[in-house]
Design a protein around this ligand. Structure first.
Ligand code: ZN
Ligand code: ZN
Length: 401
């Protein structure tokens, strides 16, 4: 039996505005008791002066996103991506992310390595390679690469047609996918497609969502424009990724259909500030500018329409260390309480995991201890110079505290 007591904790439970001063008794990876009088375990962490939050969830992460050049990723050996991905996962855990949803990439081998505890990592839920139409966001070929036949494999796979998509979806679930990822509009770093127009036919999107729903799962779609979001939601998509160009009527449609928005504000901000450093091509800089300013407005619009808003980062290559900046950008857009809910309980609901993203009896003992009170000083959330301590499955695993 493994036990740990955290005393004098000021607790954010994932939902409530009120912080509670109490003690937590963790046993066998679960929060077993919440009571100021608990002193049960031999091992005690005194959290005086610190705030205890549910471990953060990043619902838009790419373990294999080791470069901003999609073609370089798709043509890399998987062994390299797995090792580089393991380092990305370890660093995410040290920042306080105890669960990530990988929405393009991951495979049964990486998931098994994480589940077996071979590498320090957040809990790892993955979609396998994202599905893209020919010439869509997941097609890594530039327009000049006329003779190159590439269907992708590690992060994205090009699959066209209803029947082929059905097989591709079934294959992903066979290999342990948590959900399915579909590219339903253009993107910033894809070379051959404009951002706005919807991708895939309604029949193709509907076939994918029907397969996923029948399996008890759901579809996450990469979509920027109102027309692409509409196209996705009306054909059964539950999780809209990015959604930067969202407008009011489309936000209302999402709310009506119970669709979640997963904003990824960190990535555009990082590409703006660090585009030169990471060699972002000119076409990508122009596309980035188009969605950068709109991103925070989309978050506010979605909240106002009653859309459940989650939290994601989508940081590729060397930009990965901007992960906590996403919390700053989303706090600016929606306030600290909404941002914290997004990164904990709302993301947990999106994942269909009510044992995550909460500090509650029976929930997983995945916690983040911050040096201060984020409601008094939100910068404690993203300031990496302040000590932070991560507890995973009831064990202190990482951090500087
Ligand atoms: Zn995307
Ligand atoms: Zn992404």
């Amino acid at each position: 039996m493994s036990e740990l007591t955290i005393t004098n904790a000021l607790v954010f439970d994932g939902v409530s505005e009120q912080l509670t001063e109490t003690s937590l008794y963790l046993r066998d990876g679960v929060i077993a008791e919440i009571d100021p009088r608990v002193t049960r375990a031999e091992r005690v962490v005194d959290a005086a002066g610190r705030t205890v939050l549910p471990g953060l969830i990043d619902a838009h992460f790419h373990a294999y996103g080791v470069s901003l050049d999609s073609l370089a990723i798709e043509t890399s050996p998987l062994s390299y991506l797995a090792l580089a991905g393991a380092r990305r996962l370890r660093r995410a855990l040290a920042r306080g992310f105890t669960t990530v949803r990988d929405v393009a990439g991951g495979d049964a081998g990486l998931a098994r390595a994480v589940a077996d505890g071979l590498i320090p990592s957040p809990r790892y839920l993955h979609t396998g390679p994202a599905l893209s139409q020919t010439g869509g966001h997941g097609d890594a070929r530039s327009p000049e690469q006329t003779g190159l036949c590439l269907h992708g494999s590690h992060m994205c796979e090009v699959v066209d047609g209803v029947e082929n998509l059905r097989v591709a979806v079934r294959e992903r679930f066979r290999q342990g996918a948590h959900a399915i990822k579909l590219m339903t509009s253009g993107g910033v770093i894809s070379p051959a497609d404009p951002i706005r127009p919807p991708q895939y036919t309604p029949e193709e999107v509907a076939a994918v969502t029907a397969e996923a729903t029948r399996r008890g799962s759901y579809v996450a779609a990469h979509a920027y424009s109102p027309e692409a979001v509409r196209h996705s939601v009306l054909n059964g998509v539950r999780s809209i990724e990015h959604g930067n160009l969202l407008d009011e009527p489309t936000a209302a449609l999402m709310a009506e259909h119970g669709a979640f928005l997963v904003p990824t504000l960190a990535t555009y901000d990082a590409m703006r500030r660090r585009g030169a450093e990471v060699g972002l091509p000119d076409f990508a800089r122009a596309k980035n500018q188009e969605v950068l300013d709109a991103g925070q407005r989309a978050v506010a619009l979605a909240h106002a329409a009653g859309v459940p808003v989650g939290f994601g980062t989508d940081l590729m290559g060397a930009l990965e260390n901007d992960q906590l900046a996403g919390l700053r950008l989303q706090t600016e857009a929606a306030g600290v309480l909404a941002c914290l809910r997004s990164a904990t309980s709302v993301n947990a609901r999106l994942l269909g995991r009510d044992d995550l993203g909460r500090v509650a009896v029976g929930a997983r003992a995945d916690l983040l201890l911050l040096d201060g009170d984020p409601f008094a000083d939100p910068s404690v959330l993203w300031d990496e110079r302040r000590p932070r301590q991560v507890v995973q499955a009831g064990e202190p695993v990482a951090g500087t505290g």
